[in-house]
Design a protein around this ligand. Structure first.
Ligand code: GDP
Length: 532
């Protein structure tokens, strides 16, 4: 048995487990590919996340995925860099955006917030940032597409500060405005600058060259002086990178670049190694902590069903939190106290389901045949330990669900209850609609597709969904819920979330939230995690 405490501690110390949070089209796929390419995890561009040929990282396990040509799986990319092991977890966006996207953030130690230089902070970035803040995940910022016309760098810093109450501490700073990027300054090395030269013709990667201050002034001219001034101004007013503030979620180190031309990618990769925290002791439900060198423990942060249509296969994505994971070991599921055999453990790199033999804190393992496991489960060896439950996130899509065949109502009820328990979707009930017409609530509409698919193929009860005109949920108390349901003035409806018995007030828009607050000033209206 390889289970010495030193192995777990040493391996944990050289791991960095992170995700990229961004709005669709900001360049997440391009950056992921550039990072992996730079770390030499893959040999040719386009093999990872290439939009033209996504088979490199996506799976075709689900028939639905094939039909729509999208990925439902959060792939994990693992690569070695400078003697460290980097685990990059995918946060699916676009049509794939779902509660699982948020759950990925429960499994990382750091996030890279990718911002489009022309667009600044966008909706999906805001939501994902909210979850990072709630979970205490520190955020590194990368301003992307600096090779294209965009906003002023200072204005972007202002936006981060104002909107996220997060102090931006630029580590690199662009020389030249967006669209005319020539190089970057580095706050850690005031006497030098990096110059990027984009190769003419088809070659994508820009050449990177280090210049001393005198050479930089000569090459960059006024742009250099302006950049030095701006960086000095920012450092004077906001201070430089402060590890303690960064880890506490009060500040974010900022980097500039262009993923497409490989500008700033190496510097970002170095930042992940140098600034992002290694796996650290994890808080337990009882208030204690699980050190990384304790016996094995892990957190199930995502379940994927029906990957193999010929079996009722389930894969559980497990983040190792402490100790050494060895394939074949028998672990305990904390929720039931029952054993779970890990005979089929895979590294989860898209389609490539290679068996994983050993995994260390920070690594992600896919456990196949995991039907008995649930999102939020703790698996462990030795004495019982349990991590806090996985939170549920603010739903934004609501639909009444009904069986198409009334004779199947037993299967229908069983199926809906199980999907709720598994965390596939949130199930709400209301006094007005009654138990016969439960309401499904989801973060992304794709969760409804999964419900339809599984209800038909797994529970033999095809369903019909009728969407409701609500897009926002707030938590209230039972009296507030009743007031909303009775009000003639406020458009909205209250329902009880079955899983945690929280009363949710549903509204069509923020404007309607305001009218509720005016009408019932004494009723509480609490935002849910990732709610805007
Ligand atoms: P995702 O949706 O966030 O994964 O975004 P993609 O990586 O697919 O990028 C969206 C579009 O932006 C693509 O056309 C990319 O080629 C382009 N793009 C990404 N990074 C850059 C960049 O640094 N500069 C420029 N000019 N375009 C970029």
């Amino acid at each position: 048995m390889v289970s010495s405490r030193t192995t777990a501690a040493d391996e944990a110390a050289r791991r960095r487990t992170f995700a990229v949070i961004s709005h669709p089209d900001a360049g997440k796929s391009t950056l992921t590919e550039a990072l992996a390419l730079h770390a030499r995890a893959i040999t040719s561009a386009g093999a990872v996340h290439g939009k033209g040929d996504r088979r490199g990282v996506t799976s075709d396990w689900m028939a639905m995925e094939q039909a729509r040509g999208i990925s439902v799986t959060s792939a994990v990319l693992q690569f070695d860099y400078r003697g460290n092991v980097l685990n990059l977890l995918d946060t699916p966006g676009h049509a794939d955006f779902s509660e699982d996207t948020y759950r990925v953030l429960a499994a990382v130690d750091c996030a890279v917030m990718l911002i489009d230089a022309a667009k600044g902070l966008e909706e999906q970035t805001r939501k994902l940032f909210d979850v990072c803040r709630h979970r205490g995940v520190p955020v590194i910022t990368f301003v992307n597409k600096w090779d294209r016309p965009g906003r002023e760098a200072l204005e972007l810093m202002d936006e981060i500060e104002q909107e996220f109450r997060l102090r931006p501490t630029p580590v690199t700073w662009p020389v030249g405005i967006a669209g005319e990027m020539r190089g970057t300054l580095d706050a850690r090395e005031p006497d030098a600058a990096l110059r990027y030269t984009r190769a003419p013709g088809g070659e994508k990667a820009a050449a990177e060259e280090r210049l001393d201050a005198a050479a930089a002034r000569e090459v960059f001219g006024d742009d250099y002086d302006r950049a030095v001034e701006e960086l000095e101004l920012l450092t004077e007013t906001g201070g430089g990178h402060d590890p303690e503030d960064f880890l506490a979620g009060r500040s974010t180190p900022v980097f500039f670049g262009a993923a497409l031309s490989n500008i700033g990618v190496r510097v970002l990769l170095d930042a992940v190694v140098d600034l992002a925290p290694a796996p650290s002791p994890r808080r337990l439900a009882d208030g204690g902590e699980r050190p990384v060198d304790a016996e094995f423990s892990g957190l199930v942060f995502k379940m994927q069903a029906n990957m193999d249509p010929s079996h009722r296969d389930r894969i559980a994505f497990l983040r190792v939190c402490s100790g050494v994971f060895e394939r074949g070991m028998t672990v305990t599921r904390a929720a039931s106290g029952r054993p779970f055999a890990t005979k089929y453990a895979h590294s989860v790199f898209g389609q490539d389901r290679t068996s994983v033999e050993l995994a260390y804190p920070g690594d992600v393992v896919g456990l196949v045949n995991a039907a008995q496991l649930r999102v939020g489960d703790t698996l462990h060896t030795g004495k019982r330990v349990e991590f806090p439950p996985m939170p549920t996130f603010a739903p934004e899509h609501f639909a009444i669900v009904r069986p198409t065949d009334i004779a199947k109502s037993k299967q229908f009820r069983r199926g809906i209850a199980q999907l709720d328990e598994e965390g596939v979707v949130q199930v709400l009930v209301s006094d007005i609609r009654g138990e016969q017409a439960p309401v499904l609530a989801a973060v992304g509409p794709m969760q409804f597709d999964v419900v339809r698919h599984r209800m038909e193929h797994e529970f033999s009860s095809p369903v019909r969904l009728e969407s409701l005109p609500y897009h926002l949920a707030r938590a209230t108390d039972p009296a507030g819920g009743e007031a909303l349901n009775r009000s003639r003035l406020v458009h909205g409806e209250a329902m009880l979330r079955v899983k945690d018995k929280v009363t949710l007030a549903l509204f069509p828009s923020r404007w309607h939230v305001g009218s509720f607050e005016r009408e019932f000033p004494d009723s509480p209206l609490e935002p849910l995690i990732a709610a805007h």
